[in-house]
Unconditional design. Structure first.
Length: 258
């Protein structure tokens, strides 16, 4: 399936997946949203589910669920305790449910908001908080509404990926994500991401992201390169990389704003 052409068409894809699918995992997800998270306040799904359905439809979704709740941090922390969720490094919690791993945050505790980089007074503001522009999209559950950066779908159609918000708490994590997305999605980096890769990719960071990749993924993409120079030449070169087209996509590193 090709990228969604308009936000209304994307909304239809997400609505079909979330509210009309009869498969047991989707039924369980609807139940989780209705009984655990929505009672606290408005909820948005951000990151993988919305992004991947925008890119390739429901068959493209290969990630966990990331939720942001417009509720006081104390109420979200109380829910985390009830669920036996574990804190993550960036102000949220990770919980395990039948068929799903769900990472969730209160809106004020999302990283960019908590450190004062972005003012988040409503769920739509989340599109300004992500490191990658391809993650700058969310679906507000109660309103069944999609929020996205201007030009979001046009960039997907052009197969480009760039930086949305540069400051971030996980340089290595985003460097690894950038490399795998460029290689596996066959995307080209925009100017901000090119500068990030040129600045951050070196012998030390290459060794770290190769080690991280081997602990998280079953397909060794970055480790197939001889070193940072070879990797950078491929990521930043004029020719679209295609040699990893048969590897498939896998779960992302956890957390939408790491």
């Amino acid at each position: 399936m090709t990228p969604a052409e308009t936000l209304p068409k994307l909304k239809r894809r997400i609505d079909d997946y979330l509210w009309r699918e009869d498969a047991l995992p989707i039924q369980r997800l609807r139940d989780i949203l209705a009984t655990k998270f929505e009672p606290l306040g408005p909820v948005a799904i951000i990151g993988g589910l919305v992004r991947d359905i925008a890119r390739k439809g429901k068959v493209g979704f290969r990630s966990d669920i990331d939720l942001v709740i417009d509720a006081e941090p104390t109420r979200v922390a109380a829910l985390a305790a009830e669920l036996g969720a574990t804190p993550n490094r960036f102000g949220g919690f990770a919980s395990i449910h039948p068929h799903w791993k769900v990472d969730f945050w209160s809106l004020p505790n999302t990283w960019a908001s908590a450190v004062g980089l972005v003012e988040t007074t409503k769920l739509a503001d989340l599109v300004n908080t992500t490191f990658f522009d391809c993650d700058a999209i969310c679906y507000e559950v109660r309103k069944r509404k999609v929020h996205a950066l201007p030009g979001y779908l046009e960039r997907l159609a052009e197969r480009t990926i760039d930086v949305n918000l540069l400051p971030n708490p996980s340089i290595d994590g985003n460097l690894l994500r950038a490399a795998r997305r460029i290689l596996l999605w066959h995307f080209r980096p925009g100017p901000g991401l090119r500068a990030f890769i040129e600045r951050e990719l070196n012998e030390e960071s290459f060794d770290r992201i190769v080690a991280t990749e081997r602990t998280i993924y079953s397909n060794d993409i970055i480790g197939a390169f001889g070193g940072p120079i070879q990797l950078a030449d491929t990521l930043l070169g004029d020719k679209m990389p295609t040699q990893f087209s048969g590897f498939g996509e896998q779960l992302e590193l956890p957390g939408f704003d790491e």
